[in-house]
Design a protein around this ligand. Structure first.
Ligand SMILES: [Zn+2]
Length: 251
């Protein structure tokens, strides 16, 4: 039972929020907690849900293993507790605290994958974001020969300290600006009224612009050094490119 309730996605306005006060709107039969608003990102688009805790006013903590969209309902987020956690009451005020170290790594890797998608100009067929590594699958029959150059370009883009920003656009605005769609690698989903676009760089210096609902760092310099890992063959035309954080830019 999820009713018509919606969760306010506070992480979407500010991905740097580490704690937030919220109220419990529902506790499902499995102990999953739904709040009126949250900073827990829910698993989607290849980015895993956040873990962390919900702090009760009486000092008790509810450890949260992950956050999910229940039954594919993209308007709601369920906080899934670890085993044997206290159950909060409907209407109760809690403080959400996410595992910030992990989330920041996910934000860095997520933003890095946007850059990777620009440097490999092939259709993306899948992807996954982890705190230690990430990957994108491309429809790419041949592996490019200049991987060291691509890696250097990636690190130069990171060090160029491009701003990362988001903008909401209505479908009408998008249709009125065909040049915007041309700069986008991924076509936005239509039929939902408005689309959130994530831009790396600004104006003429835009590096990437694509529809995305995930969490990103505010500046590419936060990503740090990157290393392209194994490129695996996944089918006749599909290649998986693995990406890792590196120790230094001198590789
Ligand atoms: Zn993104």
């Amino acid at each position: 039972m999820t009713g018509q309730k919606m969760t306010e996605f506070s992480f979407r306005d500010d991905s740097y929020l580490k704690s937030l006060q919220a109220h419990v709107t529902e506790v499902n039969e499995r102990g999953g907690v739904i709040l009126d608003r949250t900073i827990f990102y829910a698993t989607s688009g290849g980015q895993p849900g956040d873990c962390g805790l919900l702090r009760r006013e009486n000092g008790e903590q509810i450890e949260i293993a992950t956050a999910l969209h229940p039954d594919g309902d993209k308007g709601l987020i369920v906080h899934v507790p670890n085993d044997e956690q206290p159950r909060p009451e409907i209407g109760e005020m809690l403080v959400c605290e996410i595992d910030w170290d992990r989330r920041h790594k996910l934000m860095r890797m997520h933003t890095a994958l946007h850059i990777l998608s620009v440097l490999f100009p092939y259709p993306v067929t899948g992807g996954s974001i982890g705190a230690e590594k990430g990957r994108l699958d491309f429809n790419m029959p041949e592996v490019p020969e200049n991987i060291p150059d691509i890696q250097r370009q990636m690190n130069e883009t990171v060090q160029a300290a491009h701003m990362v920003s988001d903008e909401w656009i209505t479908e009408e605005e998008l249709q009125a600006k065909p040049e915007m769609v041309k700069t986008m690698k991924v076509k936005p989903p239509m039929g939902q009224g408005r689309v959130r676009l994530v831009r790396i760089g600004q104006g003429d210096k835009t590096v990437d612009l694509q529809p995305c609902g995930g969490t990103h760092v505010a500046n590419t310099s936060e990503i740090g050094p990157l290393r392209i890992g194994k490129i695996e063959k996944k089918g006749r035309e599909n290649r998986r490119v693995n990406l890792h954080f590196a120790e230094s830019f001198e590789i």
